[in-house]
Write a protein that binds this ligand. Sequence first.
Ligand code: PRX
Length: 636
Amino acid sequence: MSNYHIKNLEEYFQIYRKSVRNPELFWEEIAEEHFVWRKRWNNILSWDFEKPEVKWFEGAQLNITENCIDRHLTKYSDKTAILFEPNSVDEPAQHITYKQLYAQVNKMSNVLKLQGVKKGDRVCIYLPMIPELAYAVLACARIGAIHSVVFAGFSSTALATRINDCDASVVITADGSYRGAKSIDLKSIVDEALNDCPGVKSVLVAERTGGKMNLVSDRDHLLAPLMKGASEECAIEVMDAEDPLFILYTSGSTGKPKGMVHSCAGYMVYTAYTFKNIFQYREDDVYWCTADIGWITGHSYILYGPLANGATTVMFEGVPSYPDYGRFWEVVEKHKITQFYTAPTAIRALAKEPLELVEKYDLSSLKVLGSVGEPINEEAWHWYNNNVGKKESPIVDTWWQTETGGIMISPIPYSTPTKPTFATLPFIGVQPALMDENGKEIKGNQVEGRLCIKFPWPSIARTIWGNHERYRETYFSAYKNMYFTGDGASRDAVGYYRITGRVDDVIIVSGHNLGTAPIEDAINEHQGVAESAIVGFPHDIKGNALFGYVILKEEANSRDQDELRIEINRLISEKIGPIAKLDKIVFVPGLPKTRSGKIMRRILRKIASNDVSNLGDVSTLLNPDVVEQIRKIVGV
Ligand code: PRX
């Protein structure tokens, strides 16, 4: 039996038991047998969730790109590493082999070095889904710079916040990006952001859309000529196991985004191992994850996990609706995709379109279907299973987070019997616990509680950049000696987990985490706004949509409300990005508050969801009358 590749349920249980009984021994075997190390570890694991501190493979030295690229050159030199599928159907796909990837990453590494980037420096990457994005990420990893990829749909303000938070000295961007029929001028967004980022010394610009752009002399450099002149050889920087590999920002329920820091060795081992098993990747498979590399899913399961296994991984620049809603299936047929990994929001959007758009393509190459980012509802699950998988490709509903680095709860396809809406069983080495509100673990089955993890796994985020106290407070203070996920979950009669959703003020809209506080802060900057509160409400396609309750200042009360709504959404787009725009905005005279001044969001959520049958006792509120007034305005 190989511990590396799980082939049936019995093996899963055996390996799981082993991984929990003696995690150190288990992960040591995996690390030893499947990766290239420059120096062996002295200590496999040390941890303390009180501090909190977690270290895996301490003393070891490595470089993740040696594992993702160099070591494959003997066997897979001409194998496609990255299959780039452009936005336009008229532009041919690019098959980038491992040998070519090696050359391009080395060139980019040399370009970065020429800009003065050294080990430990932060590089912000704000690029569309084009090959340069992959080269940039891997080049940073190769020279030991810490990459911070910012999703290229974020606004200039959001970009500036992220650049400044980690004090990035270099930004890698493009002139523009294609999104379906539209193109977006990325360079101007960067220019605007950089007005507030004095620490940025140089900007490297890839040319994609060919639009006009402004190049600031001494600061901005076109990437292509620099790449052309750079050498195809660049030695790896030898990294310590616990050196930071990257920062990736995620929304919190309060304040500014959290820069989650992942470190080299544990992240590599865990993403590679989960990838191999959860997607059952085999030698000639063509794997496609539709996420953007700006999110953790893209980091772990477009780049690092697949490349560490010598896989062929697809990078798709476009959107599911362009040129029509059959695009995903056209790509599956064209490249004979074997594993397809997407988000429930995409599935729901596609399920609304005529079935011919799926049926006209040959999807028989598919072996595994994945889902990630939010709970998948039963209807979407069945649509995916019936029409895409034709009931023959198991669906892996994978639960995890930016903070966990890799997949934590998921079926192993062809081993774990699937159950709609259930992420099923913990992955190898993962020890979940359900907790009650008094901090006690809820044992047994057919129970529901708050989802925690009891024991460290190799790819747990090590800190929040520049704010270890916030890291402790957010994840380790709610329950003693536990990592708290922020999610609720239930466990059924056989021990399968079902994620019920966030229990904090994070709302997942179309699979994107949005904290209520940053959106409220953005709204409150409007001159006419006195106060606001955001809640989520169910939405057919997005899963959740945002509902804003806004109190206007006296002087704005006479203004046209539709105009105000447009202005508020424009402000949110500018401060955060279009993904955070509100679906509904109502103007209210007050917000329901407790005597200590806390907004009772539970009541606002119920009103927004048109579910006012059980509002609970409102008499203890500071202002109970406001509930009736709000109900009248909303019309429920
Ligand atoms: O609430 C859970 C939800 O997404 C959150 C993590 O979001 P993010 O850090 O952006 O990472 C998304 C991609 C890994 C979780 O706390 N979530 C993620 N996957 C699932 C899910 N909820 C239910 N089922 C899932 N499969």
